[in-house]
Design a protein around this ligand. Structure first.
Ligand code: ZN
Length: 100
């Protein structure tokens, strides 16, 4: 589906911007995006609870991003965290539902 394929991805000190192939534009606050990290640790695996690994984070910068196959993005944050894989479907859904 065109709508869940990014055409252009950019970021600055506060936001990540995605323009999708259907023309829809999304803007994600980096701090919220970091706290939504879907990796096992951030989602409360390894004996923690949801949010316990990210609740102490009050500011964050994005260092880089890369595409994972044809379905997701992976971010490297300045807290040395880079294990989250954010699917295009979930990013688009966050944006359309104003969850972020
Ligand atoms: Zn994580």
């Amino acid at each position: 589906m065109l709508k869940t394929i990014p055409k252009e991805i950019t970021f600055d000190g506060t936001f990540l911007y995605i323009t999708w192939k259907d023309g829809f534009q999304s803007k994600f606050e980096l701090l919220k995006l970091r706290k939504l990290c879907p990796c096992v640790t951030c989602m409360g695996g390894h004996g923690g609870s949801i949010g316990s690994a990210t609740s102490h984070i009050h500011e964050i910068s994005l260092i880089s991003w890369k595409k994972i196959g044809r379905y997701a993005l992976n971010f490297t944050w300045n807290d040395n965290h880079d294990t989250g894989i954010y699917t295009y479907d979930s990013l688009r859904e966050y944006s359309e539902k104003n969850l972020i």
